[in-house]
Design a protein around this ligand. Structure first.
Ligand code: MG
Length: 383
């Protein structure tokens, strides 16, 4: 088989996020850069969902800001490190047990476009006027659709549409699927989104707003559309134009992590962490500073602080806020102090561990209930 010659691409990406009509905190996080774009939708009690999304996007931001080429292996390693950090934080603070996040990410590597995906955050492609969903949700309702037991048109109304079967979290060994994809080429417009958009806005409306204007204009309109549909969830979108890499800019696009990276949404705010979790995070940052990312060029310790998303000498100072792995807050003024009035974001796949045990009982109950409901619906449909 002849290997496909990959055409160098660059991403022109813009994003937007909003709390939605009900929530008081944002558990979505997004990354936009010329070679790596991502959305993570966190889950977990108290601040945990926000922390999980920020941790994962923080690691991807470091990868995007590095000087070395982004590869599928580097992406996997970044996600493994993020998972390790979620486990460490969760072990240090029981209130964070069960924390996790979805992820949809696209990376430009020397070997082509690589897609990373877990959960129900989605990737759509607009090509030749047609909109196509390129990811398949890891959800209970998607499983019912695949089995022919649920009409795809009924998914949006299903009471358990938010039950996801896989995530990047503190308890499972699961990692997002990381695979090279041939489905993306120059001229495509891509949409990454959290379920705050896709659960509330039908595809034909998404199509209509995605199809024109700049990526930023389209992103702003899509978030507005979700708010007009009264989305109860956080809503986050990243719109990307895949473009041929300019020959003059060959060092800044496909296969290179250089170029500015921008983030939106959830933040890792040390003030929100318990003392043990804060201590764990500070230790992880000291460790990261001592062992530079394998995707990044070794830094001269005598040089000044580098890119805001990169590891920094400052991070090794005890007591300093660990901003280096944080997503930059935007579109909200301050973190709320109490979140108990927020509706549950989603139900994570529960596995093992003391903290997740209670969720596992709840989840099992929901699955059983869903089974009976679905059986009833199918019976009524066929009666
Ligand atoms: Mg969501």
């Amino acid at each position: 088989m002849t290997p496909t010659m990959s055409i160098p691409l660059s991403f022109r990406a813009a994003g937007a996020t909003d709390l939605g009509t009900v929530r008081t905190n944002n558990e979505d996080a997004a990354l936009m850069s010329a070679s790596l774009v991502a959305i993570a939708d966190g889950m977990g009690g108290h601040a945990a969902g926000e922390v999980a999304a920020a941790v994962v996007v923080g690691h991807l931001t470091t990868l995007a800001a590095g000087d070395g080429a982004i590869t599928a292996d580097a992406l996997r390693h970044a996600l493994e490190r993020a998972r390790g950090e979620l486990r460490a934080l969760s072990a240090a603070d029981q209130s964070m047990a069960g924390m996790g996040t979805t992820l949809v990410a696209l990376a430009l590597t020397p070997d082509g476009v690589v897609l990373a995906h877990v959960g129900d955050s989605r990737l759509y492609r607009l090509r030749d006027g047609g909109l196509e969903q390129l990811t398949t949700d890891h959800t209970h309702v998607q499983r019912l659709v695949d089995a022919g037991r649920l009409d795809p048109d009924a998914v949006r109304e299903h009471p358990f549409r938010s039950v996801i079967l896989r995530s990047l979290d503190d308890t499972s060994d699961d990692l997002p699927d990381v695979e090279r994809t041939e489905a993306i080429a120059a001229g495509d417009r891509l949409l990454l989104c959290s379920d705050g958009l896709s659960d509330y806005v039908p595809n034909d409306k998404i199509h209509g707003e995605l199809a024109h204007g700049t990526p930023q204009e389209a992103a702003d309109r899509l978030v507005r559309l979700a708010l007009d549909e009264a989305t109860r969830d956080n809503v986050t979108v990243v719109v990307v134009d895949a473009e041929m890499l300019d020959a003059d800019d060959a060092g800044g696009g496909s296969g290179s992590g250089s170029g500015s990276a921008r983030v939106l949404g959830a933040t890792l705010d040390p003030a929100e962490l318990s003392a043990p979790a804060h201590e764990v995070l500070a230790g992880l940052l000291r460790q990261a500073a001592a062992e530079p990312d394998d995707a990044a060029e070794p830094e001269d310790p005598a040089s000044g602080p580098g890119d805001s998303a990169s590891e920094s000498d400052d991070a090794a100072e005890p007591g300093d806020p660990p901003e280096e792995t944080s997503a930059v807050p935007q579109e909200r003024d301050a973190l709320p102090q109490h979140r108990d009035d927020s509706p549950p974001n989603r139900i994570a796949p529960a596995q093992g561990s003391t903290g997740a045990a209670r969720r596992s009982g709840l989840w099992l109950g929901l699955v059983v209930l869903t089974f009976f409901l679905t059986t009833g619906i199918v019976w009524l449909t066929h009666a």
